[in-house]
Design a protein around this ligand. Sequence first.
Ligand code: NAD
Length: 297
Amino acid sequence: MAFQLLNGRELSLTVLTEIAAGVRKLIAAGRRAPHLVAVLVGNDLASETYVAGKMRACEQCGFRSTTLRFGNDVTQAELLAAIAALNADDEVDGFIVQLPLPPHIAEQAVIEAIDPRKDVDGFHPMNVGRLSIGLPCFVGATPLGLITLLDRYGIDTTGKHCVVVGRSNIVGKPTAMLLMQKSNPGNCTVTVCHSATPDLARYTRMADILITAVGQPGLITSSMVSEGVVVLDVGITRQPCATARSGYRLVGDVDFDDVAPHCAAITPVPGGVGPMTIASLMRNTYLAATANPLDQS
Ligand code: NAD
């Protein structure tokens, strides 16, 4: 079967270009550029790479961006004080605290300290709650990236069976909530599978749209999908690779070469969901600066 490659890298550039055009209009109207702050704790290599990618995207959009760095030994009280200052700063439209945090800091306390109106990651319970009942809110960047891929590639979701593998608060759960809503993309029958699901293949074979967010390379093989499925692979795992300059390569949950010939459409890893996540964070920051969804009902 000839499959369509869902090129997140290309689509993300389109989205960033659209946002940049919006920023130019803001500035022409005498407004300041949107400002995103990333709070980075410690020196985890993956977190450094993600934040650098986000800051690069800010530049492409014409945003102001700031990285606020803390050592691994920052106390929870110090971090909460920094968040309170960002909440109060009128020059900051949105901010993110890059996860994971060191074990001595309670992630949930940090997330709940963020002003929901500046929570461009969409992790605050206020945004998650509003999402669950279909109210305007900041939708998490990865779920928003997935929806944007389906939308912009014109993939009809109404009445389709979507199987989401993974139930994390940042990907699996909000993606399932979005896809079950009466909207387009949406209007799906949604099944959520997770680590306690017996016989995963029984469910994945029933999927018209399969979304995997697990972090296990090769989890999904051709025997687990039906012909014509649409596959969105969120998983990102670093695998050592002697031929790569960095010494590693990124792989998804799906055995791409095995599965792709059976698909109507599929995202690659890298170059699929990852860039769309970053573009969606930029979209949320632009919204925070121009039409905050929490001001709407
Ligand atoms: P997580 O790491 O918090 O949890 C993994 C999920 O997989 C859990 O819900 C668990 O129940 C489920 N799971 C584990 N083993 C399973 C199995 N054998 N069968 C079915 N389900 C199983 O989840 P996360 O934070 O959503 O991250 C998942 C993956 O997505 C990771 O590889 C992460 O790096 C990646 N990720 C990518 C992006 C992106 O922008 N592309 C964004 C976020 C996360």
